[in-house]
Design a protein around this ligand. Structure first.
Ligand SMILES: [Fe+2]
Length: 360
């Protein structure tokens, strides 16, 4: 492959200077020299590409050396521009330094100065090109690594969500009447969070918290969970411990703090009559107030041996009616007004998958 030599473009409207420069550089073997007396045509040549250094006079008819410098810097700031100046061009020199001129050649200049300046400018150009290639490579590398990391993070999240599903299934096996309850509560909670315009990160936390909200029941004997008669006070006390038990299980897992809050507070009531701590109003975490609505709605609409279930419409009315008592009034209202959208995922498996996929 033939290696193209660097090209130096010299611009001056004075043909005699151009001839002088060409003659001075004619023995230079490492680069080629092109001379142009029309600055506009010279600029067109620069825009065609392949120029490594520009040497330009300052005072020329249509375009000045400063115009050329500005245009070259905007086009490709790796190309060094050398300006040929007179002794009275101080203002021009000040402006061109500001614009990023590479070097000045003061008239009358020595041939040796011209040769050294051109060689240095070409070296600078080569370095700048190498540097920008290196930076581009680095940028691509960073982008690739970031994509790989994101992929690994997504894989890890999927894997630990799968583990969570296994834990939830293990818990629900214990309780015949709540099979699928955690999945439905998750779908309703995420649907509600979506209607409330929560961020993807928030939806992700709601999702995990809702899935695990009853995890503490894993420690409650199945004969208590499945009892057909009404519970004794002590049995009810055992059940009431499941939020604290659940939070204790997840605390060492390094999950977001909100997950533990959801588990711990999903049976708290807005008016302070819930358990385990009797927290009130906004002392209950917002996500727990959302899961509380979803949890109660699913409980009301699920069949139990000891009672019949409510249809969706009646259950939604119950939520609305209990605003300010059991439920956060605002969340109860939003749930009621958007119930069709929020609940559509329960009857549409694909929509549910999409919703949960988004909340990954
Ligand atoms: Fe619960």
């Amino acid at each position: 492959m033939k290696i193209q030599k660097p090209r130096v473009l010299v611009i001056d409207d004075d043909i005699s200077i151009l001839d002088c420069v060409r003659l001075s550089l004619k023995n230079e073997k490492d680069y080629t020299v092109t001379t142009m007396h029309d600055p506009e045509q010279a600029l067109e040549m620069i825009y065609e590409g392949g120029i490594s250094t520009v040497i330009s006079d300052v005072k020329m008819g249509k375009l000045s050396g400063l115009d050329i410098l500005k245009a070259v810097r905007e086009y490709d700031d790796r190309i060094p521009v050398v300006l040929i100046t007179g002794s009275s061009d101080e203002e021009v020199m000040r402006k061109s330094i500001h614009l990023g001129v590479y070097e000045f050649l003061k008239k009358p200049f020595e041939i040796s100065d011209l040769i050294v300046t051109v060689r240095q400018a070409l070296e600078a150009h080569q370095l700048r090109v190498q540097n920008s290639k290196y930076k581009d490579k680095l940028k691509t590398l960073v982008l690739e690594r970031t994509a790989e990391l994101m992929e690994t993070k997504a894989k890890l999240e999927r894997s630990y969500l799968n583990t969570i599903h296994v834990m939830v299934n293990a818990m629900e096996v214990n309780d015949t009447y709540t099979l699928g309850h955690s999945e439905r509560v998750t779908a309703i909670s995420v649907g509600l969070g979506k209607v409330m315009d929560f961020s993807l990160e928030d939806l992700r936390e709601i999702r995990i918290g809702a899935l695990l909200h009853d995890l503490g029941k894993i420690g409650v004997m199945s004969n208590v969970l499945n009892k057909e008669q009404s519970l004794t006070d002590s049995e009810y006390d055992i059940i009431k411990r499941h939020p604290i038990a659940g939070a204790k299980i997840v605390d060492p897992m390094g999950l977001p703090k909100t997950v533990s809050k959801i588990i711990l507070q999903h049976h708290e009531w807005y008016n302070g009559e819930g358990y385990p701590y009797g927290l009130k109003g906004e002392d209950i975490h917002l996500f727990a107030r959302i899961v509380s609505v979803a949890d109660s709605f699913d409980a009301m609409t699920s069949k139990r041996k000891y009672r019949s279930n409510l249809d969706y419409g009646r259950a939604a009315q119950e939520i609305y009616r209990n605003r300010g008592q059991q439920f956060d009034p605002e969340i109860g209202r939003i749930f009621y007004e958007n119930r069709q959208q929020v609940l559509s995922v329960l009857t549409n498996k694909i929509a549910l998958d999409d919703l949960l996929e988004e909340a990954y």
